[in-house]
Design a protein around this ligand. Structure first.
Ligand code: NAD
Ligand code: UGA
Length: 430
């Protein structure tokens, strides 16, 4: 099939590349000239495991191309995916200006029947707005359908998630569009849930909010464990064996970050409020998440008392492992709060440091964890990269000025840390 993907970010680039790899003819569009120039040269604007190889392969085999021109993409394709960013406004409402701009431009260039797919995460009723906008600018009065097809990939495992999804959701308003979209996704052999457009839009916000709720629940339980001397890891394990609960997303820590959970939670709360419903439960999820970042600071202050002129080594900056994404990363808030207290920050992240330099000034970046530990008063773990789990802790202890580790991701065994002579503080574990 002939596909156009507009917005070549984490979602658009992965979607376009995977669809090309399945044998479709794909053209990816972005208005960021620099990104398109890089992609044309086979260079990746983002870090995502396995992506570069797949982009290069499909470009070479002439199934994947890149352009800055929406006109080119629309003319060449039957299915047009909108995967531009939908950032949060101050009050939590999703900013849909990029979606609107792109929709209007698609409409202007339509000369035959097209399917316009809402891939970006958008509030319920956006499908109707897209239809209305297309009608407004569709001067050639061509036929079209709008489909809601929310994306559930995770950064760091985006290719695997796209090629082996748990489910594919299609919100449709015509049999014609349903048939074409089913055909497109047939090679993935995944369960396909077909629904109306509004329900599909809500499925996305409800899914992300539910996952965020699981994390905040685990963090709330961790706080009780901290107070009474229980172990949240064991509690999560004991709960997780119940198939109705599941072990995933019950990891207590510094709280969730990233470009999606905080934004989508805020957007869902906003949508609910607009519809006349106060989603109190989700407001509590947000509150717990904010408290969790402060908890890490409290643990650092408890350990060092005065932070002014102390050197804190920070391991991990990205909002999760296997990505360079720093959007709403807990590390940003934590580092800024420590700096506000007068602490000096040394930091290391395996992938995210070049992006971090732009958003976190005044930080001294090390080449590895050992360089960061050297001479630091305390080491704090913010992202659970595998390489931190495998550190030579004996060496780390010798390098630290005082052997204190505050672990925001529970990656070490408390008993082992005690034996090694560390003052070790983690989340919800004595
Ligand atoms: P992103 O910021 O990485 O990419 C968006 C891209 O759209 C950028 O490259 C930007 O230059 C481009 N763009 C913006 N306006 C444009 C225009 N007028 N014309 C052409 N290109 C334009 O964003 P992302 O992380 O890929 O997220 C995209 C959407 O998908 C969001 O709604 C997000 O909530 C949703 N989503 C993201 C993920 C994820 O893991 N990142 C997962 C599922 C859903
Ligand atoms: C999340 C969802 O998992 C995807 O299904 C969804 O498509 C995506 O948002 C989106 O809509 O953009 P992502 O943000 O890439 O994916 O990463 P997750 O693995 O979900 O982690 C999100 C945050 O929660 C990270 O900061 C992570 O460290 C934290 N987390 C996750 C925990 O603190 N505990 C857990 O048990 C799991």
């Amino acid at each position: 099939m002939r596909i156009c993907v507009i917005g070549t970010g984490y979602v658009g680039l992965v979607t376009g590349t995977c669809l090309a790899d399945l044998g479709n003819q794909v053209i990816c569009v972005d208005n960021n000239q620099e990104k398109i120039n890089m992609l044309k040269k086979g260079k990746m604007p983002i870090y995502e495991p396995g992506l570069a190889e797949l982009v290069v392969k499909n470009t070479k085999e002439k199934r994947l191309e890149f352009t800055t021109k929406i006109k080119e993409g629309v003319e060449q394709s039957q299915i047009i995916f909108i995967s531009v960013n939908t950032p949060p406004k101050e009050d939590g409402e999703a900013d849909l200006s990029f979606v609107e701009t792109v929709t209007a431009e698609i409409a202007v260039h339509m000369r035959e029947y097209k399917i316009i797919v809402e891939k970006s995460t958008v509030p319920v009723e956006t499908g109707e707005k897209i239809m209305q906008t297309i009608k407004l600018y569709n001067t050639h009065k061509t036929g079209f359908d709008v489909v809601s097809n929310p994306e559930f990939l995770r950064e760091g495992s985006a290719i695997k998630d796209t090629m082996h999804p748990d489910r594919i959701v299609l919100g449709v308003s015509s049999k014609r569009a349903e048939k074409i979209m089913r055909e497109l996704y047939r090679p993935l052999k995944a369960p396909i849930i077909v629904t109306d457009i509004k329900s599909s839009e809500i499925i996305k916000h409800a899914s992300n909010s539910f996952l965020a709720m699981k994390i905040s629940f685990a963090n709330a339980v961790a706080n009780i464990c901290d107070r009474v001397g229980a172990d949240v890891e064991k509690v999560a394990e004991g709960m997780g064996y119940d198939k109705r609960i599941g072990r995933e997303f019950l990891n207590a820590g510094v709280g969730f970050g990233g470009s999606c959970f905080p934004k989508d939670l805020a957007a869902f709360i906003y949508i609910a409020k607009k519809s006349g419903y106060d989603f109190e439960l989700l407001r509590a999820v947000q509150k717990i998440n904010e408290q969790q970042k402060k908890l890490l600071l409290q643990k650092i202050e408890e350990s060092l008392w005065v932070l002014k002129n102390k050197t804190i080594g920070v391991l991990g900056l990205a909002f999760k492992p296997e990505t360079d994404d720093l959007r709403f990363a807990p590390a940003i808030d934590i580092i800024k709060s420590l700096q506000a207290e007068g602490a000096k920050i040394k930091a290391y992240d395996p992938i995210a440091m070049s992006k971090a330099r732009k958003v976190l000034p005044g930080v001294k970046y090390g080449q590895n964890a050992y360089e960061v530990a050297k001479g630091s008063d305390l080491l704090v773990i913010v992202t659970d990269w595998n390489e931190f789990k495998e550190l030579d802790l004996g060496r780390i202890k010798k390098l630290l000025k005082t052997p204190i580790i505050v672990d925001g991701r529970n990656i070490y065994d408390p008993a082992k840390m005690k034996k090694l002579g560390f003052i070790y503080k983690s989340i919800g574990r004595k």
